[in-house]
Ligand binder design. Structure first.
Ligand SMILES: [Zn+2]
Length: 267
């Protein structure tokens, strides 16, 4: 990846220095791979120089000019990473559209990882902004990394109906008992720093607006029982698509709530 990016550098002196740090860049990527596998990314030391000779600004330019820019030698790999998330959804929030590549460890502090594919995660701009150039200080501050942390085999996102008018949902992380304390705190950190609870509550409120008329009609004809069946079926259908999607949690929470089904959905 790095060699492809620097293949068209014209300045001979710069090219020689960049080529000279290839091994340092490869080593940094291998270190990242090992650390991410063992939740030790917070132990990677920030750097000002790569291999002692290439500056942070020069490495940032390799990313922006030689990888991210249209027509740049590394652009094909940039595009492949950009489109790697299913249906173009940001893997960090699972909701908004991918609009950028996020440096998991910021290039401003880890220049050797500026073009490392393992460090480049497709993300929406809001998630990208929420992370900014933050550096994890402890293992439990390592946000989820979509290439390394696959937790969607477990149900962990839940919601409950909060009785205000109109009914609103509160989302939270419900860690399965077999998760380690570390994984639990990392998921909670991820959820909190990206503001997912607020995002999902807002979306759920809008979803309720869209189905209220239908729920009202069902309630008129068959009471709370019919409303509950409809919500349960919607929850099941959403679960088939995304176990931990906010819609799945939304419909499940609505269906579980007797008060909601018996008219709580109304304004
Ligand atoms: Zn996002």
């Amino acid at each position: 990846m790095f060699s492809v990016c620097i293949s068209r550098v014209r300045n001979a002196q710069l090219k020689a220095r960049l080529e000279g740090v290839t091994q340092a860049v490869v080593d940094a990527s291998a270190e990242f791979d090992d650390a991410a596998t063992h939740t030790r990314l917070h132990q990677i030391a920030p750097q000002d120089l790569v291999g002692g000779v290439v500056t942070r600004a020069e490495m940032e330019a390799v990313y922006t000019q030689r990888m991210a820019k249209k027509g740049a030698p590394g652009r094909d790999i940039y595009d492949a990473l950009f489109t790697s998330s299913p249906h173009g959804k940001c893997p960090l929030c699972g909701h908004r559209t991918v609009s950028t590549l996020d440096h998991y460890l910021p290039k401003a502090h880890y220049p050797a990882l500026a073009v490392a594919p393992l460090n480049l995660v497709p993300a929406c701009s809001d998630c990208n902004k929420s992370k900014l150039a933050s550096v994890p200080a402890h293992a439990n501050e390592e946000p989820l990394h979509p290439y390394f942390d696959d937790i969607d085999g477990d149900l962990w996102l839940v919601a409950e109906v909060v009785y205000v008018r109109p009914a609103a949902l509160r989302f939270s992380v419900d860690a399965p008992t077999h998760w380690s304390a570390l994984l639990k705190s990392r998921v909670e950190w991820h959820f909190r720093t990206l503001g997912l609870g607020r995002l999902y509550s807002t979306e759920a409120a809008d979803e309720l607006l869209n189905i209220r008329h239908q729920l009202h009609a069902l309630h008129q004809s068959g009471g709370a029982a019919l409303v509950q069946i409809e919500l349960q079926e919607r929850a099941e259908s959403c679960r088939q698509a995304r176990r931990n999607g906010w819609r799945t949690a939304t419909y499940q929470a609505f269906a579980y709530s007797d008060l909601f089904c018996d008219g709580g959905f109304q304004e």
